[in-house]
Design a protein around this ligand. Structure first.
Ligand code: GLC
Length: 786
């Protein structure tokens, strides 16, 4: 049992979390997804499913309710002889009691309940390559009597964008049908609310299906027939009703329910499989049901799904003396970034369903050591939503015409930054010459796209030479400080400075575009001068100026006196003299570092200020308004590591790590296995309480920072560097990693118990010099002695 609290514990290897009570402070969820299909499932069985997009194409209905959490796809267990019924999902039959257990694993979740001498166990998963989910249900009779039990599913079709506020209108476009031979209920929707598939189409282009492995004794496609007027899901009439021949078609309120009856001898177990999915045609739906809808097929698919995730996540792993690091780095951070952010784009607290330009570019860093070709594809996808003027779609739904363009000031600059990261990892300079169409016509090479972004950055400067804030920069909540194009962003100045230097390095190495490199050098020098001249408050950097010329993040401000990003990023970008960087970080440590993370700003705004933006409208201490915004808090880990302050870097990691000591679990409230988006700050009555889990850019960043800057194994243009920045007490650790086609096994020994500094390196027993390069296909053994 690892890291036990009153709510549960990790499995020994850390790859699963076992929730042992339904009474967690919030729903604790798992995201099960492939790029085209997914489901989210809370420990008490709430959640929803989608095909194509978790926002504009939800298969089943859901209500975002962190308190009741009673909307899920249900499987009832009922026993006609005893007139009893309950669900394997804890909700909505919590009052029925029984023994509870939920295991959230990588790519699968299992709900278990034991009641009335019956043990029910339902494992849910989404196979890697197909648009469906499987529920593998095992029912065991624990008594000495033979029992006849019914297993019955229930789900509420949406087949549309969520939320859908007008059920009565939308139900007229839904149609359900039942095919007894294939044991399948199908649902189609004629009209849906959003433009889809590259055109504004009134068709939801799928056939949704729900099937079961045994011949059903009852099937229903109409909620009124299943539920019964004035009844609830706790005790629907459909559990005992005979088949109603009018329960399908176009005139009901669409749902799906399938009942099977099983006879169980004492101690016997039976297995039943339900599938749910959506295909392009009825024929494809039928073929998917055939492929997955039997017990053997489902078992094989579960094994394949587990293996798939193992392989996908397995290219980078570590073993350290701190098991929190191992659990998070080996399993959950990458799973969160991939399943939650790149595939599903959803969490219980936010379903986005879209690609955010800057968000998923940052997230795509998770691919670099695992599957760099996927980062490559994502970079090209992002080039494709760029206009020739360098501006980009702030977010978009792939394969549709739904895009949001904004006057945000940093989104487009993440393209060159992540591109250079990719090149350091892979040395794949051929990518730079691949051509990708601009969104507004014409083509450019990937390098052209990156340079366009830089060019746009250089055109958006104030008369003093500082970047304009526009609609917002990284901080969405600074939404009106600069929309008149006069306000300036100091954080963006650091960021642009970094991007310029990365591009200069790249162009110089490639010996390409000398004039452009020189232009960037002049611009970077001017920017550094301007930001140090106009952005310095005496002890720390300002955050921004507004259109009216007011300063944000200065000691004279009552609220919002100091902002984290303006301090951490001077270190990350190396945009100020070193003494000044140190000074800025000293102020950040003093005013922003809390035991539960680094605050985004302090103090939180208490009065809504339309001249600043919507962050001032959040309660003080929440989210961007003076909470720990974990995405940014990870940058404080990075900044400390860059300053070579190993104890502080690790302390900032530990503060953020969701694996809390047992005594903190209740206050923290959230899942111990994934990062939250935010943690309440000091102005909240519950400082240290997490929220907004799963859907946060912090996961990929923390994964990157842990591996590259704490364990210190990082890719550079010239090869791999091992530069530990670790707790001095660690005697040794190992890292296994794929690097440019070589399977590298690294052991770092720390006989002198230091936190930094490498004395010697050997590769396959021979002394070596860093950066290290290896022949593709080899399995070098690297030993580093600190
Ligand atoms: C949200 C947005 C992200 C933004 C951050 C800070 O996470 O998705 O784009 O940078 O908030 O406001």
């Amino acid at each position: 049992m690892r890291f036990p609290t009153k709510y549960g514990h990790f499995s020994d290897d850390g790859s699963a979390y076992i929730v042992t009570t339904p009474d967690t402070p919030r729903p604790w969820a798992n995201v099960l997804a492939n790029p085209d299909y997914g489901m989210i499932l809370s420990h008490t069985g709430g959640g929803y499913s989608w095909v194509f997009s978790s926002k504009i194409s939800m298969l089943t209905r859901w209500n975002q309710d962190m308190v009741g959490d009673a909307d899920g796809k249900l499987v009832y267990v009922s026993e006609p002889a005893r007139k009893k019924n309950w669900t394997i999902n804890w909700n909505p039959c919590a009052d029925a009691g029984g023994d509870f257990c939920c295991t959230h694993g990588i790519g699968h979740s299992t709900l278990e309940r034991t009641l009335d001498d019956v043990h029910a166990r339902m494992t849910c998963f989404v196979p890697p390559g197909d648009p469906l989910e499987v529920w593998l249900v095992e029912l065991t009779n624990l008594s000495r009597a033979t029992r006849t039990l019914h297993l019955q599913s229930y789900l509420d079709w949406l087949c549309d964008q969520w939320p859908d506020a007008h059920r009565e209108f939308h139900r007229t476009f839904l149609e359900t049908a039942y095919t007894p031979k294939t044991r399948t209920i199908c649902a189609r929707k004629r009209k849906c609310d959003v433009p889809h598939e590259g055109q504004t189409s009134p068709w939801w282009p799928y056939t949704a299906f729900h099937a079961v492995s045994l011949a059903p004794t009852y099937a229903c496609g109409d909620r009124a027939a299943f539920l019964g007027r004035n009844r609830t899901l706790r005790d629907p009439q459909g559990l005992a009703a005979p088949q109603d021949k009018n329960a399908f078609g176009r005139y009901g309120d669409a749902c799906a329910s399938l009942r099977v009856a099983v006879k169980l001898a004492p101690r016997a177990t039976t297995t039943v499989v339900f599938v749910l999915g959506a295909a392009r045609t009825g024929a494809q739906a039928a073929s998917l049901v055939r492929r997955y809808g039997s017990v053997d097929a489902a078992r094989a698919a579960l094994a394949k799904t587990k293996k798939h995730w193992q392989v996908l996540l397995g290219s980078l792993s570590c073993a350290t003396p701190d098991k929190r690091v191992d659990v998070m780095a080996n399993h959950w951070l990458k799973y969160q970034a991939i399943a939650g952010r790149m595939f599903a784009k959803t969490g219980y607290y936010q379903n986005s369903g879209a690609f955010g330009f800057r968000d998923q570019l940052q997230d795509s860093q998770v691919w670099l050591p695992l599957a760099p070709e996927r980062a490559r594809n994502h970079l090209k996808l992002c080039c494709g939503v760029q206009h020739r003027d360098g501006s980009v779609a702030h977010w978009w739904f792939p394969d549709t015409n739904i895009k949001h363009r904004s006057n945000c000031s940093d989104d487009f600059l993440w393209l060159p930054l992540i591109l250079t990261q990719y090149l350091k990892e892979t040395a794949d300079v051929a990518l730079l010459d691949e051509r990708v169409a601009f969104d507004d016509g014409g083509q450019g090479t990937v390098l052209d796209h990156a340079l366009c972004a830089v060019e746009r950055g250089l055109q958006r400067l104030s008369p003093r030479g500082l970047p304009l804030l526009g609609d917002c920069d990284w901080n969405d909540g600074l939404s009106s400080a600069g929309d008149q194009m006069r306000g300036e962003s100091i954080w963006l100045a650091h960021f642009l400075y970094l991007v310029l230097n990365e591009m200069i390095t790249l162009l110089r190495r490639l010996k390409r575009d000398g004039p452009r490199a020189r232009k960037c050098e002049r611009a970077a020098a001017a920017l550094r001068t301007a930001l140090n001249k106009y952005g310095w408050d005496g002890q720390w950097f300002w955050r921004a100026t507004t259109d009216e010329g007011a300063v944000l993040g200065a000691h004279a401000c009552r609220d919002g006196r100091i902002f984290l990003n303006a301090q951490t990023w001077t270190v990350i970008a190396n945009s100020a003299p070193s003494a000044r960087q140190q000074q800025a970080m000293r102020a950040a440590r003093r005013l922003l570092y809390k035991p539960y993370g680094s605050l985004l700003l302090y103090p939180g705004y208490t009065v809504p200020d339309p001249r600043i933006g919507y962050l001032t409208q959040y309660a003080s201490g929440l989210r961007e308004n003076g909470g720990v915004y974990t995405h940014a808090a990870v940058w404080s880990v990075l900044a400390e590591a860059l300053l070579h302050d190993a104890p502080r870097a690790f302390d900032r990691f530990a503060a953020l790590c969701p694996i809390k000591p047992a005594r903190q679990a209740e206050r923290y409230a959230c899942e111990p296995y994934v990062l939250p988006g935010n943690i309440d700050g000091p102005a909240s009555p519950t400082p240290g309480r997490g929220g907004w889990t799963w859907y946060t850019g912090s996961a990929a960043w923390l994964f990157h920072v842990l591996n590259s800057w704490i364990l210190g194994v990082r890719a550079t243009y010239d090869g791999l560097i091992i530069d530990p920045c670790i707790p001095a007490a660690w005697p040794r650790y190992t890292v296994a990693r794929l690097f440019r086609g070589a399977r590298v096994r690294i052991t770092v020994k720390n006989p002198r118990r230091v936190s930094r500094g490498v004395r010697s390196v050997t590769v396959d027993g021979r002394p070596a010099k860093m950066p290290l390069t290896f022949a593709p296909g080899t399995s070098p053994v690297v030993v580093v002695t600190m």
